[in-house]
Write a protein that binds this ligand. Structure first.
Ligand code: 2M8
Length: 450
């Protein structure tokens, strides 16, 4: 698809440059988040990036997801990183992880499960394309359907320790929000006594002020080594992990992902003839539909338990200490994206968000800007992330907070226009931080702004 001839020159230029970012980061079927700093395929990055590809190359979008599933483990987990090709510019790489998955090698932990939701959006867009594109979309969605469902099941089997629909992460990297202040207290319980020597590589690419601290990295690595010692067996990891937290982001996104997978399932059932599915295949879909309904109920109960009255928003939960974590981060607003809160709570969240936006030049800050520990350039402790903005705005629209959604969208557009396609942005100045030419930022731009 050519960039539309009716678009303004300026607008055409931004689309072309966003597409160029994806092309530049394309490694033949999968996309790296950015060259150098992150030279492999990341789980949630790949899913968001596929949204970008879908705006002009739907087949390439599906390919991105199929490549991600090459990393799927026998137990269903989709790892945080798939190391398709060797590259020594990132630490920890496959030699350090030494996970049992070898072809291709992967990490031994996961990331927020957004793949079902992104697959839904891609399929949804293809409904408006020509017949062929839609049919190919349905076929791709069908190929991915059962592997995605196995991934979701893995969360409940391996991570719902208290069997209450609230799944936990065993490593801050699993939240995707690596140095979120939500982890500070829980990380203090992670011992670094037997930590071997290691060499970080992120600081070769990015300023130290914009990255997690050394103390945090030591704890990140101690956790990795403790999982490696038990060969990443999920039952043993649950025993040895010194960090077990129910993350608002992961739980909200898993709930939304179940809903979106149920949406896909309904489409597949209704198009079973066009897909030439056998009777057994059709029955398997119908039974999956029932199972997904149960998972939605289960995760909804889990989300309810993350409501924090003291903060007036959702928050994370420390499973080992058995208490809510009183730290206000932007992941609370993702409950709206999951369409979970009732009208009263949704209004509370919207008011809170509006107040946060009044404190900054560009929203949405990842952490309460009035908190004394707010740091406008340090990664997930203040900066704005466009993929999060998109999900929040999507949720706001679903609850008909149109003005607020528009404000988030306007800020997001302005950030890209003024700073470029950065990994994240300073909410006070709008300055771009971290890596440049960043895939998920450009992908969201392509998918959200036209
Ligand atoms: C960041 O995380 C990686 C570890 O997975 C890192 O810092 O080395 C996070 O922002 C994460 O959410 C993101 O998926 C990844 C790649 O963009 O980078």
């Amino acid at each position: 698809v050519a960039v539309g001839q009716y678009m303004s020159k300026q607008y055409r230029k931004t689309i072309v440059s966003a597409r160029d970012v994806l092309r530049k980061n394309d490694r033949g079927g999968y996309t790296v988040p950015t060259d150098g700093l992150y030279p492999f395929q990341w789980n949630w990055d790949a899913s968001f990036t596929a949204l970008g590809w879908s705006t002009w190359k739907p087949e390439r979008a599906w390919a991105e997801l199929h490549m991600l599933f090459k990393g799927q483990w026998d137990d269903g987990m989709i790892p945080s990183i798939v190391f398709h090709q060797y590259d020594d510019r990132y630490f920890p790489g496959p030699d350090t992880w030494q996970s049992p998955k070898v072809d291709p090698p992967t990490t031994g932990i996961t990331q927020p499960p957004v793949v079902a939701s992104c697959a839904r959006y891609i399929l949804q867009v293809s409904q408006h394309g020509d017949e062929d594109v839609h049919l190919r979309g349905l076929r791709n969605a069908y190929t991915l359907f059962h592997p995605i469902l196995r991934y979701h099941r893995w969360f409940y089997k391996a991570r719902d320790h208290k069997k209450m629909g609230r799944v936990s992460i065993h490593h801050p990297w699993e939240s995707g929000m690596d140095n979120s202040p939500s982890w500070d207290e829980a990380l203090e319980h992670v011992s670094t006594d037997n930590l071997p020597n290691y060499q970080r590589k992120d600081l070769m690419h990015v300023d130290a002020d914009e990255r997690p601290t050394q103390t945090q990295y030591d704890r990140f690595m101690s956790l990795v080594f403790s999982f490696r010692d038990v060969n990443y067996d999920y039952a043993q990891c649950a025993q040895v992990s010194q960090f077990q937290v129910a993350d608002t982001c992961v739980n909200a996104l898993l709930l939304k992902a179940n809903k979106d997978l149920a949406w896909i399932c309904a489409k597949l059932i209704s198009h079973h003839k066009r897909l030439s599915l056998s009777l057994e295949e059709l029955e398997a879909l119908k039974s999956a539909q029932r199972e997904l309904r149960e998972l939605i109920d289960l995760s909804s109960r889990g989300m309810d338990s993350l409501w924090n009255d003291e903060l007036g928003m959702y928050s994370c939960y420390d499973e080992r200490m058995d208490k809510l974590i009183n730290v206000p981060t932007s992941s609370a607003f993702l409950a709206l994206y999951a369409r979970h809160p009732d009208r009263v709570r949704a209004r509370q969240l919207a008011d809170k968000l509006a107040h946060w936006l009044d404190q900054v030049k560009y929203g949405v800050p990842s952490y309460d800007p009035e908190s004394p520990m707010f740091d406008s350039v340090r990664y997930w402790r203040g900066p704005v992330w466009l993929v999060v903005n998109w999900m929040i705005a999507e949720g706001l629209e679903a609850y008909e907070f149109f003005e607020l959604a528009e404000r988030v969208r306007r800020d997001s557009r302005a950030l890209i226009k003024e700073a470029g396609s950065y990994e994240y942005f300073d909410p006070m100045t709008g300055e771009g931080c971290g890596g440049n030419c960043f895939s998920w930022t450009s992908a969201i731009q392509l998918f959200w702004f036209p």
